[in-house]
Design a protein around this ligand. Structure first.
Ligand code: NAD
Ligand code: DAU
Length: 360
């Protein structure tokens, strides 16, 4: 039975990945989920699988290098899938330090712990051991509105403290591959959406605000472009890279689904109106009047767009979910899981929202 160590498995993409893997491999794999449960980590995302005998949750901080070493001693880990990170650009602009700590030093600890466990005395690595570092398209910087794509060969040009910290972590992984022959891959994915996404990010924030009749804060002119991918397609890409990708390679993951932010907001409003029953009182306030243009994000990247040619050609990956279906599924999930949204927006979220949006 193959054993996976997943870091950040209680977050948005990590929890979707764990669901994807158990759906695909059932009892043929074992997953150890290591997560510090920051504001973004939520064990409610995993409550349907928490009692599985082949699943273990360990509450631990990847910045605790000694603890990471102990985990590798206790379990014979075959695969690492490293999601744990601070992930929100606006928070990185307000408070960069924790991004460097978790994303850079935390990644270094994961590399050192895996290297110590997997390296033979002669400097080679044990057969079949693999580390996958989950990264982002933001490391490539920003594209012009009228053309171009991010390829694996595009030079790094990060602009926010978040993307600079992810770029640093990518370089650390590359350096371990080049220096030690450490068995790893890096994936750089575009914007994800789907169930369990924390409502600080565009799509769940707009769904939640619209349902409550709150303003929909659009940064700048609303014409910044992001390339959206349904989260299960990202999980599938990660798994396929570990199964079929070439070791030491980087793969971009994205589904050619570029949209301006304002288009996304119109689509969300339309879908909400379609899905809500006619007698639901919220239907009356879900309209375009909620859209409010606010002060732009500092250093706001204009456009992201992934060229997924390499992962398609070498790995055989392509996305299964078209945006129009994915966004409907996502909205339906938030309707059916109102308690999840209530739980994550009680407590600290209100203070976060007030702070982040009061001066915009
Ligand atoms: P998220 O913020 O929803 O989840 C992050 C998880 O990491 C949380 O469970 C949190 O508790 C955990 N964590 C944070 N600091 C930790 C620490 N010090 N020790 C242990 N656990 C810690 O993030 P996400 O959106 O699921 O992103 C996951 C990964 O994917 C990140 O590395 C991110 O850079 C990358 N990524 C995200 C997107 C996207 O659109 N969200 C796109 C491409 C790549
Ligand atoms: O591209 C991949 C990246 O996508 C990941 O690496 C990050 O972890 C993830 O957070 C995401 O970053 P973005 O900054 O693109 O996502 P966010 O949802 O924060 O914003 C998407 C766009 O919407 C961006 O242009 C800013 C805009 N926006 C966002 C918020 C929260 C608004 O206009 N209003 C808002 O309130």
């Amino acid at each position: 039975m193959r054993t996976y160590l997943v870091t950040g498995g209680a977050g948005f993409i990590g929890s979707n990945y764990i669901h994807y893997m158990f759906d695909k491999y059932g009892d043929d794999i074992r997953i150890i989920n290591v997560d510090a449960l920051t504001y973004a980590g939520n064990l409610e995302n995993l409550k349907d699988i928490e009692d599985k005998p082949n699943y273990t949750f360990i509450k631990a901080d990847i910045c605790d290098g000694k603890k990471m070493m102990e985990i590798f001693k206790e379990y014979d880990i075959d695969r690492v899938v490293h999601f744990a990170a601070e992930s929100h650009v606006d928070r990185s602009i307000a408070d960069p330090d924790v991004f460097i700590k978790t994303n850079v030093l935390g990644t270094l600890n994961m590399l050192n712990a895996a290297k110590a466990a997997w390296e033979n005395e002669d400097g080679t690595f044990k057969e079949g051991k693999k580390f996958l570092h989950v990264s982002t398209d933001e490391v490539y910087g920003s594209l012009d509105e009228d053309g171009g794509y991010f390829y694996e060969t595009t030079p790094y040009d990060p602009h926010s403290p978040y993307s600079a910290s992810k770029a640093s972590s990518d370089f650390l992984v590359k350096s371990y591959m080049d220096t030690y022959g450490f068995p790893a891959n890096i994936t750089n994915c575009s914007n994800n959406y789907g169930p369990y996404q924390f409502p600080e990010k565009l799509i769940p924030l707009m769904i939640n605000n619209a349902l409550q009749g709150k303003k929909l804060p659009v940064y700048g002119d609303g014409k910044n472009v992001r390339d959206w991918l349904y989260v299960a397609d990202h999980a599938k890409g990660i798994d396929m890279v570990q199964e079929h990708g070439k070791l030491y390679e980087t793969y971009n993951i994205g589904g050619h689904n570029e949209k301006q932010n304002i288009e996304i907001i119109h689509t969300i409003l339309e879908c909400l109106r379609e899905e809500l029953p006619d007698d639901d009182p919220r239907k009356a306030h879900i309209n375009e009047d909620l859209i409010t243009y606010v002060t732009d994000r500092k250093g706001h990247d204009r456009r992201y767009a992934i060229a997924p040619d390499k992962i398609k050609a070498e790995v055989g990956w392509e996305p299964d979910t078209m945006f129009k279906d994915g966004i409907k599924k996502t909205i339906k999930w938030y309707f059916e899981n109102e308690d999840w949204m209530k739980n994550v927006t009680s407590g600290d979220y209100q203070a976060y929202y007030e702070n982040m949006y009061k001066d915009r």
